[in-house]
Design a protein around this ligand. Structure first.
Ligand code: FES
Ligand SMILES: [Fe+2]
Length: 452
């Protein structure tokens, strides 16, 4: 009998050795009911569709391996129910929306948003059946145009979380999504891999500006509370300019992306998140980025073409699936790179290098969370207690001269990177109204110190 155990390729023309692939990392990748990651994700409110998608027809949705149906009653209330009718299982996506609920097409049972059976029209008037039966229902919360669902244990339901970037006066929030035919983790961990920006988005395909051409000097850090991580990527864009891009993710699947447009002279420091997204598992082999594009006419949130944001559409290139096979090959973006890692990336097959340190840290931090080392909502200090959580993602452009000695230059870059991260993180303790001013002043002070 042939040996079909997994072995890595260890020489030229030895593909035969590795014709068997090991299994994916089920602990981090599986999201169905009862799986470790599936139950972790269920402890958090998750976006499931746009508010604008709840029309006069119900909408079938799939999330965390469960099939559900979302609808808005004629009275305006939103419900999310198990997709299959409690009577004999017909899909409620074919049901009829009425004033107070959703009526199944098959025998006319009507369900309220909380799963109560409101009517069983074929039963005799004295039937107690409708009192004894419930349709599965999950709590719903609409926020800035995205419908969220809580699918965790009922007694663990946290309040809906708030973040600083949703409390900025005058800002507009445009829902968008990107549909990915791959496991959620490879899309989420991509956010801790700043090096792909330089290759995938700049050298191989021209999605981003020339300021991404330079290979960054990067440091990654898991936050003190273990509930998120960030990196600071330092790039020298010219002899007098040092660009620091801070990128913050909050576990299990929040991503805050600082602007990908040109760096702004008028906002040199703390140009914050312009795309706030969640990497929501649909099932083990699909996920959806549900997001808001944050936009304003001028200042740090200016730029782009917000009208392009919508279902599977975002106003910068390299995100959604290319439309033809040839376009995928000629102009690959995040979709092609991430789905190209197999439908579920196999960690045992990876050969990790120095650029992958953030991905490794992220996976380990998620494992800590699964092991119960990090408090989850509603116990967690901020997420889920309605205290605005501060996000740290930002572009920051220092006017600091390049040093001739490469060792001294690398050290200067590292120092500025660490001072920047400390200044931004420490400002979490400042009053909300003062925070931005305090951060900018501290960053200006760092610039003054190194510009000398
Ligand atoms: S299957 Fe829904 S009412 Fe009969
Ligand atoms: Fe990317």
């Amino acid at each position: 009998m042939q040996n079909t155990e997994f072995k890595p390729v260890l020489g030229p023309y030895r593909a035969y050795d590795q014709r068997v692939a090991p299994a994916p990392d089920h602990e981090l990748t599986r999201v169905g009911p009862g799986t470790p990651m599936g139950e972790l994700q269920r402890r958090f409110w998750q976006p499931v569709c746009f508010s604008s998608q709840l029309t006069d027809l119900p909408r079938a949705v799939r999330i965390l391996g469960e099939d559900l149906v979302a609808f808005r009653t004629k009275g305006g209330e939103v419900g999310i129910l198990h997709k299959h009718c409690a009577h004999r299982g017909t899909s409620l996506e074919f049901g009829r929306i009425e004033e107070h609920g959703l009526r199944c097409c098959y025998h006319g049972w009507m369900f309220g948003c909380d799963g109560t059976v409101l009517e069983t029209p074929g039963e005799p008037p004295n039937s107690r059946l409708k009192k004894a039966v419930f349709q599965g229902a999950y709590p719903v919360h609409e926020y800035h145009g995205l419908v969220h669902v809580y699918m965790g244990p009922p007694d663990m339901r946290p309040p809906f979380p708030e973040f600083d970037i949703f409390q900025i006066p005058g800002l507009k929030y445009y829902p968008s999504s990107v549909l990915h035919a791959n496991n959620w983790l490879q899309s989420f961990e991509n956010n801790m891999d700043p090096f792909h920006g330089q290759f995938l988005h700049t050298r191989v395909t021209q999605h981003f500006g020339d300021h991404y051409f330079v290979l960054p000097q990067v440091e990654w850090k898991v936050t003190e509370d273990g509930r998120g991580m960030y990196y600071v990527a330092m790039r020298r864009t010219d002899d007098n300019t040092l660009w620091a891009r801070m990128f913050h993710v909050v576990f299990p699947n929040y991503v805050f992306v600082a602007s990908l447009y040109d760096l702004l002279d008028e906002v040199p420091f703390f140009q914050r998140t312009f795309w706030a997204r969640r990497v929501v598992p649909i099932d083990d082999e699909n996920c959806t980025f549900f997001s808001w594009r944050l936009a304003a006419e001028e200042g740090e949130f200016a730029g782009g073409d917000v009208a392009r944001n919508g279902w599977n559409s975002i106003d910068f290139d390299g995100q959604v699936e290319q439309s033809t096979y040839e376009a995928k090959q000629r102009f690959p973006g995040d979709w092609e790179a991430q789905t190209g890692q197999r439908s579920i990336a196999v960690h045992k097959l990876e050969r990790l290098g120095t650029t992958d340190a953030g991905v490794v840290k992220l996976r380990n931090a998620l494992r800590d969370m699964l092991a119960g080392k990090v408090p989850l909502p509603p116990e967690a200090a901020s997420l889920g207690t309605n205290v605005p959580e501060n996000t740290h993602s930002s572009n920051n452009v220092f006017k600091i001269r390049k040093l001739d000695d490469p060792v001294a230059e690398a050290e200067q870059t590292r120092n500025v990177s660490r001072l920047l991260a400390a200044a931004i993180v420490q400002a979490d303790a400042s009053p909300v109204a003062e925070r931005r001013r305090i951060i900018v002043e501290r960053l200006q002070a760092i610039e003054r110190e190194y510009a000398r």
